[in-house]
Design a protein around this ligand. Structure first.
Ligand SMILES: [Zn+2]
Length: 116
């Protein structure tokens, strides 16, 4: 298992850009919602409205993913702090170093992840 400080560093390095992404996506969504109000028209086939709706749904999907990721990152940071990071939640075995380096938020070892 990699030293705790190394994992902590990786997770902290992931936290900030994720938090930034959430705030910029939230800002984008807010301005798209404003824009869609301004361009609201009775014509359901308005191409501009369709584009905004599409972009809005894409941005919402990205925002959800970023929020979920931040929850995972913060939970992993909490596990590092508690001293139980790097152990599989299912079988209790140490999670392989390579897996943790690739995915510091991993909660399970590869065997358990593959088993679903
Ligand atoms: Zn496991």
């Amino acid at each position: 298992m990699p030293p705790i400080t190394e994992m902590h560093g990786l997770l902290i390095a992931d936290h900030e850009p994720t938090a930034d992404r959430i705030s910029s996506l939230s800002g984008n969504i807010a301005s798209m919602v404003d824009a869609s109000r301004l361009t609201a028209s009775d014509d359901e086939h308005d191409p501009e409205g369709t584009t905004i709706a599409f972009e809005l749904s894409q941005a919402s999907t990205l925002l959800d993913a970023a929020r979920n990721h931040l929850v995972d990152v913060d939970a992993a940071i909490a596990r590092v702090t508690a001293g139980n990071h790097g152990y599989c939640e299912r079988c209790g075995q140490a999670v392989a170093r390579g897996r943790l380096l690739a995915r510091p938020t991993a909660r399970t070892c590869i065997s358990c992840a593959v088993a679903g």
